[in-house]
Design a protein around this ligand. Structure first.
Ligand code: SOE
Length: 388
């Protein structure tokens, strides 16, 4: 029998979860919730979901719902995640896990005590070529890592007329580009290296201190219509530079920006190591560049027949059949529901743990500690240790 799932939210992320879930076996979306009943009903009708709730709590406590996806704005992550954990249900939360590390620590502790499986939606770990890079580092093929650079660049907030809930600190938290997309860069690169960031030095910038907010609602990535607008002051960063030190003394630097014209969703990294360099870019997700000094550089193309095992298991089509963003999310959900099924059937965890694996609430909390340190460094203009 399929695992019964409820989704809270009806925006960009909720719809992407919904589509990925529909591509999974033995998982069935039975309910959707929004803060507005008519919106929930509209999306339920569009996707053929049997139940629509105008209150997330009704969905959480619906006895049929076994697993909940929390796809709401950041300020709702803490209260709703708490309620799901207390109800003992499985929970996949959107990132960042909470508004700050005080909240995320509590969530992590509750998750550790909960019977259910809990995970955070850091989806970029689940691309085959990211898994391949991780396997190459873990297998020693690149040797000692010296330096990591990269960034996460978007352009959907380029103009001062672009607006979204992420620009409101009450809904989004005290950092924006760092929490929204920098968190993905940090999670992805820490996962690839198998090392944590232990120290940061940040310089963040608000390009538009004032924005012109449309009176009606605007969805993420959607171009807002001309019409009535109000002037709002902006206190969170549009872009920034962060220098980092990883465990083991590896140096790194990344940029985040939501105002880089032409860059739609460019999460990229380049690792310089003793025997080879590796570079990957989310906008060209099926390629992994391998740089060499004494022989020709190579470009490895995603093809399950030539990838290492963990990466091959994430590539569902033969080489040349492109897979991308929706497939990375699908891979995350496959991994998550494999774990849910294991718990449900009372089977013991596999020897040696799971590889690759989705981000846990502990990972999500550590990213919040890192975000807090980035903010503190920006405010105090000094290196800040990532304590915890
Ligand atoms: C907007 O910046 C956004 O939707 C992020 O919130 C997602 O996490 C990222 O995957 C795509 O861009």
């Amino acid at each position: 029998m399929g695992i019964k799932v409820g989704i809270i939210g009806t925006g960009f992320s909720a719809k992407s979860h919904l589509e990925a879930l529909r591509r999974l076996n033995q998982v069935e979306v039975v309910a959707i919730a929004s803060s507005r009943q008519e919106r929930a009903e509209q999306v339920a009708k569009e996707f053929g979901i049997p139940k629509a709730y105008g209150d997330a709590r009704q969905l959480i406590h619906d006895p049929e719902v076994e697993a909940v996806h929390n796809c709401t704005p950041n300020h709702l992550h803490f209260p709703l995640n708490r309620e799901v954990l207390e109800a003992g249900k499985h929970l996949l939360s959107e990132k960042p896990l909470a508004l700050n590390s005080r909240e995320s620590r509590q969530l992590m502790e509750w998750a550790q005590k909960s019977e259910g499986v809990s995970g955070v939606c850091f989806n970029y770990r689940h691309y085959p070529m990211v898994a391949e890079a991780r396997a190459a580092i873990a297998g020693g093929e690149c040797g000692e890592v010296y330096l990591v650079q990269g960034g996460y660049l978007q352009d959907w907030l380029l103009y001062n007329t672009d607006y979204n809930w992420r620009l409101d600190p009450e809904q989004s938290g005290s950092t924006r580009a760092v929490a929204d997309i920098g968190s993905h860069w940090c999670d992805t690169v820490q996962h690839v290296l198998g090392r944590r960031i232990v120290e940061v030095f940040a310089d963040l910038k608000t390009v538009h201190p004032v924005r012109y907010k449309p009176k009606g609602p605007v969805t993420t990535f959607a171009k807002s219509e001309d019409g009535d607008r109000e002037e709002v002051p902006i206190h969170t960063e549009d872009c920034g530079i962060v220098m980092v030190h990883f465990e083991g003394g590896i140096q790194g630097v990344f940029t985040v920006s939501q105002v880089s014209a032409g860059r739609k969703n460019r999460l990229y990294f380049e690792i310089s190591a003793e025997k080879a360099s590796l570079a990957w870019d989310q906008e060209e997700p099926n390629r992994l560049w391998i740089g060499k000094r004494d022989e020709a550089n190579r470009e490895l193309l995603r093809d399950p027949s030539i990838l290492s095992e963990p990466a091959a298991s994430m590539a569902h089509y033969p080489g040349g059949h492109q897979e991308g963003w929706p497939d990375g999310l699908k891979n995350l959900l496959i991994d998550f529901y494999k774990e849910v099924r294991r718990k449900k059937e009372g089977r013991a965890a596999e020897e040696g743990g799971r590889f690759p694996s989705f981000a846990t609430f502990e990972d999500g909390h550590r990213i919040m500690v890192l975000i807090d340190a980035i903010l503190e460094s920006h405010r105090t203009k000094r290196w800040v240790e990532v304590k915890e």
